[in-house]
Write a protein that binds this ligand. Structure first.
Ligand code: NDP
Length: 390
């Protein structure tokens, strides 16, 4: 029986994780759950799973959960620091990092420090703090299993001898597939009038609002290039992106002998999540099994970097090194939130990202606290820039 901590249990990754766990009560047990604002959902999850501990990071939500009269067998803690303490509990075997944004970074570091097996969905922590997380994992022996479907696919296709953070000599390059989001085929001239509702309506994946907008701007793919760079020790030049609108092949490993290994499946996060929770054992889940004969054809196209400038910005950020990916990621968080609030046009997201990436001195990454400070500073500066744009 593996004891699992689900960080971000009330979100989309949380939903998929809990759906897999529900099917395997003989193998997986919830130890801890965390939420930010969604107190109602957390109260329901406590009643269903009777976790040993819950952490709520929003004070009003914490008070609401306490006031609901939860069972005394569940400890209820408040605050970001409590997240870090929770993941280090010796009883926990698996930590699912499903918090969105930089808010997930410190708990990812805490889990790695404690040498846990980390099922990593929170890509922002690797994007911004990859240079801290990966060496720490090698030192503590923490195992990192990526949940992002692309990186999970690559993880599944790498040789058995592969250790996270080490580039196998037999790999020529990686191919990250991208659905292209809702607009890969839309003429650039129509981009200005794209609404938030259109941008979050992803053609293949059902995800949170922020990551759905990132898919539509291809920033998600840019962040995934940075993520792959750190997870698989690959130079950006050896990480290729191709548009594959059906989202059936989740990514590929191109070997030096000309062989390509790919992982296929329906676009459902329960597949990578159950792979992670099973730790090599295949676990059944609610995802539909793929009928290959019903697919007809699979298509692949080069990514259009001019229409989607965020892709190049991500590559540029890796080449700039140090805190550049953190600057890009923070600027993008603010720009996407402003777009969702209908304060800026869709096309302004990449303009703002570009301006912010190229306006600050890049420093060497030294600590999580430094990254959090930079994140806050870039959030403020990006908000200021957006206000100045009217
Ligand atoms: P959601 O917005 O659906 O859920 C986010 C979760 O994080 C919620 O549980 C939320 O709590 C919690 N949260 C939000 N803010 C904070 C905070 N300040 N402190 C602590 N917890 C917080 O996001 P997703 O599940 O879509 O994404 C989660 C992560 O997984 C992201 O990094 C995303 O990029 C990555 N990912 C997601 C995929 C998907 O299919 N959804 C695919 C691949 C990667 P509450 O709801 O209670 O406020």
């Amino acid at each position: 029986m593996k004891q699992v901590a689900v960080l971000g249990a009330t979100g989309s990754i949380g939903d998929s994780t809990l759906a897999v766990i529900r099917r395997h009560p003989d193998k997986l047990k919830i130890h801890s759950l965390t939420a930010h604002r969604n107190s109602d959902k957390m109260i329901a999850l406590i009643a269903e799973f009777a976790p040993k501990r819950v952490v709520i990071t929003d004070h009003k939500a914490y008070k609401a959960v306490l006031a609901s009269g939860i069972a005394a067998t569940t400890e209820c803690h408040y605050g970001a620091d409590a997240l870090n303490d929770a993941v280090q509990d010796p009883a926990i075997d698996l930590v699912v990092a499903g918090i969105v944004g930089n808010a997930g970074m410190a708990s990812v570091m805490a889990a790695v420090k404690a040498g846990k097996t980390l099922l990593l969905a929170n890509k922002e922590s690797i994007v911004t703090a990859g240079s801290l997380v990966m060496p720490l994992a090698q030192k503590t022996g923490a195992k990192i299993i990526p949940l992002d479907s692309e990186h999970n696919a690559i993880y599944q296709c790498l040789p058995d001898s592969y250790r996270i953070g080490e580039r196998p000599a037999s790999v020529a390059h990686l191919t990250l597939t991208a659905s292209g989001g809702p607009f890969w085929n839309t003429p650039a001239a129509a981009f200005k009038t794209i609404t938030p509702a259109q941008a979050v309506a992803h053609p293949q994946w059902d995800m949170g609002a922020k990551i759905s907008v990132d898919s539509a701007t291809l920033m998600n793919k840019g962040l995934e290039v940075i993520e792959a760079h750190w997870l698989f020790s690959m130079p950006v030049a050896d990480i290729r992106v191709c548009i594959h609108p059906q989202s059936i092949i989740h990514s590929m490993v191109n070997y030096v002998d000309g062989s390509i290994l790919a992982q296929l499946g329906t676009p459902d996060m329960q597949i990578p999540i159950s792979y992670g929770l099973g730790m090599g054992q295949r676990l059944a889940n609610d995802a539909a099994l793929l009928d290959i004969t019903a697919l007809g054809q699979l298509q692949f196209y080069p990514a259009n970097h001019e229409k989607f400038p965020n892709l190049n910005l991500a590559r540029q950020a890796i080449e700039m090194g140090g805190t550049a990916p953190a600057i890009l990621n923070a600027a993008n968080e603010v720009a996407v939130a402003a777009f969702l609030n209908e304060e800026i046009a869709f096309t302004k997201i990449s303009d703002i990202n570009d301006r912010m990436l190229n306006s600050f001195t890049v420093e060497e990454v030294e600590s999580v606290s430094q990254l959090i400070e930079i994140d806050q500073m870039i959030h403020q500066q990006t908000t200021k820039l957006i206000k100045s744009l009217g």
